[in-house]
Design a protein around this ligand. Structure first.
Ligand code: C5P
Length: 302
């Protein structure tokens, strides 16, 4: 029996994100494609037999009991009745408030790892049910495959995404998700697309219009217009990239943007060119760019 688990918690990107309606409880109905990338937090779980959940190195501003990792561990304890506990260490690499799902991914990796460490034997589907009350984005990280998602983001159809690479632009700005979803200007009636539309668009060859071997984007992100209106500095970033023929899109409710590339080498090369030009952009920017991250798409994660 293993006493120690060390697992990655990868970030996600939303290749597109359409808001197609709103439920009575205020949550929004979405259509989106989640892809996972190799930018990841690392979590380590050590078995305890006293039932205590001890989260070391906590995040600034988040108390122990409201930490999503702790809440995920307690939800699994409650669902299974196990008397076991864990000491948990986290190495954060995914920026918070970026639309990259870092907190949700940590919670999902906690459910998966502790289910193994405690030998509680829940199926992935059962873990997904435990995940949803923790946050709308947690179940997809338990699902663990690139997917077309519907509902509030919890109904999945796994889809094949080519082995793209990405540049992720991290602005010096964190956006709280509710600030975007509650904005009266948010478009909430984007027409539905089918999974066939999505799958076909993902298998299309490189856009001929692109000079940077960037794949064409499907759809759009309805949350992007709202985020750019609330934070005009984000639109400045999009325009700056556009002038350099880099088509970027926001992920989730922001504030990070990403640009897809057909190969990691292309992403690295363009990333280097942008790094050189970045100080000049940042000097005049109301929202400077903190980091440009080159990442590979993952086919599957634990
Ligand atoms: O579920 P989670 O805590 O991640 O969601 C944060 C907030 O984002 C919710 O309180 C809600 O305002 C908004 N949200 C939404 N529709 C979704 C997902 C999130 O309105 N599908």
């Amino acid at each position: 029996m293993k006493h120690l688990y060390d697992v990655p918690a990868p970030a996600k990107l939303n290749l597109f994100l359409h808001v197609t309606g709103r439920r009575e409880d205020g949550y929004h109905l979405l259509q989106t494609v989640f892809v996972f990338i190799d930018l990841a937090d690392r979590l380590q779980f050590e078995l305890r037999n006293d039932g205590v959940i001890c989260r070391q190195t906590s995040l600034p501003g988040i108390d122990h009991d409201s930490d999503l990792i702790v809440r995920a561990a307690r939800a699994l304890q409650k669902a299974t009745g196990t008397a076991k506990g864990a000491t948990i260490q986290v190495q954060k690499n995914i920026p918070a408030g970026g639309g990259l799902g870092g907190g949700s991914s940590d919670a999902a990796s906690t459910l998966i790892a502790l289910n193994r460490l405690w030998q509680t034997g829940l199926s992935r589907w059962e873990l997904q049910q435990l995940a949803l009350p923790l946050g709308a984005d947690v179940p997809v990280f338990v699902f663990g495959q690139n997917t077309f998602a519907e509902g509030i983001g919890e109904a999945f159809t796994a889809c094949r995404v080519p082995g793209h690479a990405y540049l992720v632009f991290q602005p010096r700005l964190g956006i709280p998700t509710p600030a975007i979803f509650t904005d009266p200007d948010l478009c909430r009636n984007t027409p539905l697309v089918t999974v066939q539309d999505v799958q076909q668009s993902l298998s299309l060859p490189i856009s001929e219009a692109s000079s940077l071997s960037q794949p064409a984007f499907f759809g759009h992100n309805d949350l992007e217009a709202v985020a750019c209106r609330q934070h005009p500095g984000l639109q400045q970033l999009v325009d700056w990239l556009d002038v350099r023929q880099v088509k970027a899109r926001m992920t989730g409710s922001g504030a990070c943007f990403f640009a897809p590339f057909n190969s990691y080498e292309d992403a690295l090369q363009v990333g280097h060119e942008l790094e050189v030009a970045l100080p000049a952009f940042n000097q005049g920017a109301s929202v400077p760019v903190e980091r440009i991250i080159a990442a590979r798409g993952l086919v599957r994660h634990p």
